[in-house]
Design a protein around this ligand. Sequence first.
Ligand code: S3P
Length: 438
Amino acid sequence: MRSCIVVPSDKSISHRALIFSAISNGRIEIENLLFAEDCLSTADVLSRLGISISLSKKLRRAVVIGKGKFGFTMPRETLFAGNSGTTMRIMTGLLAGQAFDSVIDGDASLRRRPMLRVISPLLEMGARIRGRVARIKGRRDVFAPLEIEGSRLIGRRIVSNVASAQVKTAVILAGLCAEGRTYYREPILSRDHTERLLKDFGIHLIRRKGWIIVDGGRNLISPGRIFVPGDISSAAFFMGYAAISPSTEVVIKRVGINPSRLGVVRVFKRMGVKITFLNKVNSPEPYADIVVKSSNLKAVQVKAEEIPSLIDEVPIIAVVAAFAKGKTQIEGVDELRVKESDRLYALAYNLGKFGIRVDIKQRKTRTDLIIHGGRGFSRPKGMVKSFSDHRIAMSMAVLLARLGLPIEKLDNRDCTAISYPEFWDTLEAVTKGVDYEF
Ligand code: S3P
């Protein structure tokens, strides 16, 4: 069976394209923007800050009129980031240095996600942010809603202990609104879309000895047009489907292949999956058509240093690992506890329903996920649970489809609209071996 599909546009780049356009000067056309709930939350927050954004879902295009770094108007009500951690964390960095106060909130899942990681570097820069201090699942942290008192920020040396592109972006944007220089260092390189896209807006961040250096006072200049390639995190579900389905080939068109996002490709290749890139385009955000073919799978070891480059792909990697003979060990996955759901628990719960043994090993300094694969599957009793988490839902849907089980076995299937509204139609096409474009 063979199908050729397109997947939705990159979520991380779409959020950044909207936000950077809003704080640049002039008109920007964003082509191939992701029209999914998370990015619409960002567009909504920016509109409530007085930014004109015209969206055409049919053309997958947004036209944004940027008003400069300090061109926002004070919002009249609470800004609502929905389910989107990226919207909340990045916007907090930008709102901290404005001349007005604001409040940002999210849905029940976002209200349970830790915000101290973004608040604490901003406080060092002089920000004033208050949230709900609570202990959730044994971790004391600060949670939304966040009250942000606009303040004058000062450039500082910030050393972060999490490799998070959201935190990095928040600090870079705060640094651009601050007085003086901001230095930022992260333990492992997280996705670098911000650094790449800012170049299009005339901001060349300096990288020196592991530090990113941001000069305050610099203004963003409109690039006129931005093109957003397909999202490798969405492509990964169909790469995974092809990997576990005999005699199957899937071609995925125009997918972003930024090296800081390619961990899933490297791991699948180590497992024995045949993956090739065709028609490569070398723009600042490179993209290519990805061809994936099934093959015999073997278990692998994934090191903690690799996690930032495949952070959102662990659920689908775990599903593929269930088909690979042996013990796949994914090290240092602690961050998965605080995503849209506790993804470690969700994976152990769901794969366990199919008779797959999954261990969550708490070591001294890190948590590992171990999948014992290649031993066959039992028919799940009762419902498979999405935990209202789009990536858990899509990973489990791939498993059900591969085993020929009805997708009705999965609860709350609508949550895929967070990042991938066309997922169900695409899955149907791929299982039938037909092409799918939208
Ligand atoms: C994102 C960064 C990652 C990722 C998320 C999107 C971004 O989160 O999991 O889906 O666009 O910056 P962290 O920064 O928390 O690792």
